[in-house]
Design a protein. Structure first.
Lengths: 546, 113
C-alpha cells in the first residue's frame, strides 16, 4: 500500500482550501479559469471521497483496524491534538457533498456566479468547511469547521444582493452566531468536566462520570444538542430557515440543503459515541423523537399554508429534518439505515427542487404569481377562455417547458414519497422497519404509530401542496414568457434526478451498504478503538515517514 | 474570584440577550459582542482560575494542574476570539448593507407599524 493513501483524509479539506485561496487572488477577467479550477477541485474531492468510501467499506484492501481511517494531524498520539477520522458515514457524506457541489457549481456557471464577487472562492470554502465537519474527530475542531462553512455561507447567502437577501441574511447570521455561542459554551463545559476534546475519548470518559459531574455533563450535552438542532432546522429553532433559504440564489440554496444535514450528522455522530453510557437528552430517546415529530408537523402545516414557491422548498427541508430526527430518535438502530437512505434521497431531491423553482420563477411574467395566488385566495374563477381556445390548444409545448414540468413532477413524487421513486422506497423502508420495531418492542408501539401517522399525513400534505404549486406554475394562464433553459442548468438537474432514479433501481445494494454503516454507528467501540489505538508515524532521521 | 467572574459573565450575558432582543441592528450587534465576551471569559474559566501559575512546565515543579494553568482553554479562547471577531466584522457589513438598502436600522428592514 502506498504511503500516499494514508494522507487521503486530509485532502477533502486541503484541496478546496488551497484552490479557494488561489482563487482569491484571481482577477475578475479570469473567471473562466476560476470555473475550470473549481470544477477540477470538486471532481478531485469526489474522487477522494469515493476512494475513502472504498477504503472504509473494505472494498479497497487496507490495513486499518475495522477499515476506519484515522489521520493524526499533528502526528501526536490521540487523544492529544486533532484527529481526522473517516468512517463509512463520513465517506458517504463526503460523496454527497461533492456531488451536490459539482451540480451547484455547474448550475451557477450559467448565470449566478457573475451576480457578485468572490462566488467561486466562497464556494470552495463552504465545501472545505462541510468536508471538515464530516471528517473531524475533535469537538473544538468541529466548531471551527462549522464556523468556516457558516462564514462562507453568510457571504453566499447575500450573493446577488438585494433587499430580501440582505434582510433574510441578517436574521440568518444572527441566529447562527448565537448557535455558535451555544456550541462554544457546551464544548468548554465538556472540556472542563472530562478534560478532553477528542470525541472518541469523550465517549469513553463519559462512562466514568457520576454525581454532579454527570449532571453538568448532561446539561452541556443538552446545550450542544440545541446548537446542532438549530443547524438542522428543528422546531422551534427554525423560523429563520425558510426565508434565508428561499432568498439565497438557487445554487447556494441547494448547498444549504446539505448544510442543514450537517446538524443531523453531528447529532448522529456524537449521539453514537455517547450512546453506550446512556445518551443524554437531545441526542437520543425521548427528546429527539418529540422534537422530530413537532418539526414534521410544523413543516406539514407550513407547506400547506405557503404560497411562495421558494419557501415551499424550505418547508420540504424542514419536513425532511423532522422525519430524520423522529426516526433517529427511535430507540433502535434498525431505523438508522433507512433514515440514511431517506437523507440521501431527500438531499438530492430538495437541491434539484431549488434549481427547478428558480428556473420556473424565471418564466413567470411579472406579478403573475401574485395574481394566481389572489385568484386562489378570493376564489374568483379564471374567466371563461373557451372563445380563445384556438390560440391555446394548437401550440406545441416547448421542450424547455416539458423538461421543467417533467422534472418538477419527478421531484414532487420523490419528496412526497409516492411510488415509483426513491422517496417512496425510503419512506416505505422507514415505516416497515418502524412497524417491525413495534412488534419486537411493545413499549414503542405508541411512538411508532405516531411516527407512521405523521409521516403519512406529511406525505399527503406534500402531494396537495406540490400539486397546487405545480398547477399554479405550469397551468396558470398568466404566464406568458417562454422559458429559457441553458444546457448548463439542465445538466445538473438531469444528473441529480438520474441519481434519484439510480437510488431507486439500486435500492437493494445501497440499503445493504447503509445498514452496514448503521451497524458501524451502533458499535462506537470500533471508532473509539481505531482513534485511540492509532500510532503516530515514526519520523526517520532522513525526514521521511515509515 | 470565582464569584466575581461568574457575576461578570452573568451580567454580560444578561445585557447581551436583552440587547439581542431589541429591534435595532446596532443594539443587536452590541448584544452579540457582549455575549461573545461572556462566552470567551466562560471558556477561559473552564481551565480553573489561578493567579501567577505559568502554562509552561518548569523544572523541579510537580507536573500537576495545581501548579500550572491549563493552556488548552487559553488556546481555545484565542481561536474563539479570532472567529467571533471575524464574524462580527462580517455582521457589521450586513448591517450596513441593510441600512443602505432599506434606509432604516430596524432588523426586519421595515419599521414596525
Amino acid at each position: 500500500m502506498s504511503q500516499w493513501m494514508n494522507h487521503l483524509p486530509i485532502l477533502p479539506v486541503a484541496i478546496p482550501m488551497i484552490v479557494g485561496a488561489f482563487m482569491l487572488v484571481l482577477r475578475d477577467q479570469y473567471r473562466n479559469a476560476a470555473v475550470v479550477l473549481g470544477i477540477v477541485s470538486v471532481l478531485a474531492q469526489f474522487c477522494v471521497a469515493v476512494a475513502l468510501f472504498g477504503i472504509t467499506t473494505g472494498r479497497i484492501p487496507n490495513e486499518y483496524e475495522n477499515h476506519i481511517m484515522v489521520y493524526l494531524l499533528g502526528n501526536w498520539q490521540a487523544p492529544f491534538a486533532i484527529v481526522l477520522v473517516a468512517d463509512q458515514l463520513s465517506a458517504i457524506m463526503l460523496i454527497l457533498t461533492a456531488v451536490l457541489g459539482l451540480c451547484s457549481l455547474l448550475y451557477s456557471t450559467a448565470l449566478w456566479d457573475r451576480a457578485g464577487v468572490f462566488f467561486h472562492p466562497l464556494f470552495q470554502f463552504i465545501l472545505m468547511g462541510l468536508n471538515g465537519a464530516f471528517l473531524t474527530g475533535d469537538l473544538f475542531n468541529l466548531f471551527v469547521f462549522f464556523e468556516i462553512f457558516l462564514a462562507a455561507s453568510y457571504g453566499l447567502a447575500l450573493h446577488g444582493s438585494g433587499m430580501a437577501r440582505v434582510a433574510a441574511g441578517l436574521h440568518y447570521v444572527t441566529v447562527n452566531l448565537i448557535a455558535s455561542f451555544l456550541l462554544l459554551i457546551a464544548i468548554s463545559v465538556l472540556y472542563g468536566i472530562t478534560g478532553t476534546l477528542n470525541m472518541a475519548d469523550l465517549g469513553l470518559r463519559a462512562a466514568s462520570l457520576s454525581g454532579d459531574d454527570r449532571r453538568l455533563f448532561e446539561a452541556a450535552c443538552a446545550i450542544l444538542g440545541v446548537a446542532f438542532l438549530i443547524k438542522a432546522g428543528a422546531w422551534p429553532l427554525n423560523f429563520w430557515l425558510t426565508s434565508a433559504y428561499s432568498a439565497a440564489v438557487a445554487p447556494v440554496a441547494a448547498l444549504f440543503a446539505i448544510m442543514s444535514k450537517v446538524g443531523i450528522y453531528a447529532l448522529l455522530r456524537i449521539g453514537s459515541l455517547l450512546l453506550p453510557t446512556g445518551a443524554p437528552a437531545a441526542f437520543s430517546g425521548d427528546w429527539m423523537y418529540v422534537i422530530g415529530l413537532a418539526t414534521l408537523l410544523f413543516g406539514t402545516l407550513g407547506i400547506l399554508s405557503e404560497k411562495n414557491s421558494g419557501r415551499l422548498v424550505g418547508y420540504c427541508i424542514i419536513m425532511s429534518s423532522g422525519t430524520l430526527l423522529s426516526a433517529l430518535g427511535m430507540p433502535s438502530v434498525i431505523l438508522t439505515g433507512p433514515s440514511l437512505f431517506y437523507m440521501l434521497s431527500s438531499v438530492l431531491v430538495t437541491s434539484t427542487f431549488f434549481y427547478l423553482i428558480e428556473l420556473i420563477k424565471r418564466t413567470e411574467s411579472f406579478g403573475g404569481n401574485v395574481l394566481a395566488v389572489s385568484l386562489e385566495a378570493f376564489n374568483t374563477e379564471d374567466e371563461d377562455r373557451s372563445d380563445y381556445s384556438g390560440t391555446v390548444v394548437g401550440k406545441p409545448i416547448p421542450f424547455a417547458l416539458a423538461f421543467l414540468g417533467l422534472a418538477f413532477f419527478i421531484c414532487a413524487l420523490v419528496i412526497a414519497g409516492m411510488p415509483p421513486f426513491s422517496g417512496f422506497i425510503a419512506k416505505f423502508a422507514l415505516l416497515s422497519k418502524a412497524l417491525d420495531l413495534s412488534q419486537t418492542n411493545a413499549a414503542t408501539t405508541t411512538s411508532v404509530w405516531l411516527l407512521v401517522i405523521a409521516m403519512l399525513i406529511s406525505g399527503m400534505a406534500t402531494v396537495i401542496a406540490l400539486g397546487r404549486a405545480g398547477i399554479r406554475m405550469f397551468w396558470s394562464s398568466e404566464r406568458l414568457k417562454p422559458p429559457v433553459l441553458s444546457r448548463r442548468e439542465a445538466f445538473p438537474i438531469t444528473l441529480l434526478l438520474m441519481l434519484c432514479i439510480a437510488l431507486t433501481v439500486f435500492a437493494g445494494p445501497v440499503m445493504d451498504q447503509l445498514s452496514l454503516t448503521a451497524k458501524q454507528l451502533d458499535d462506537p467501540g470500533t471508532y473509539m478503538k481505531a482513534v485511540l489505538n492509532s500510532r503516530p508515524a515514526v519520523i526517520s532521521s532522513h525526514g521521511g515517514t515509515q | 474570584m470565582e464569584l466575581i467572574l461568574s457575576i461578570a459573565i452573568g451580567i454580560m450575558v444578561g445585557s447581551g440577550i436583552w440587547l439581542l432582543l431589541r429591534p435595532r441592528t446596532y443594539q443587536v450587534i452590541i448584544g452579540l459582542t457582549l455575549v461573545s465576551y461572556a462566552v470567551n471569559l466562560f471558556i477561559f474559566a473552564t481551565g480553573k482560575l489561578t493567579t501567577g501559575a505559568p502554562p509552561i512546565l518548569k523544572k523541579g515543579v510537580a507536573t500537576t494542574l495545581a501548579n500550572y494553568a491549563d493552556p488548552l482553554p487559553q488556546a481555545l479562547v484565542l481561536t474563539a476570539i479570532v472567529i467571533s471577531f471575524a464574524t462580527t466584522a462580517l455582521f457589521l457589513v450586513v448591517i450596513l448593507a441593510l441600512r443602505g438598502l432599506s434606509n432604516t436600522d430596524h432588523v426586519d428592514g421595515t419599521e414596525a407599524q
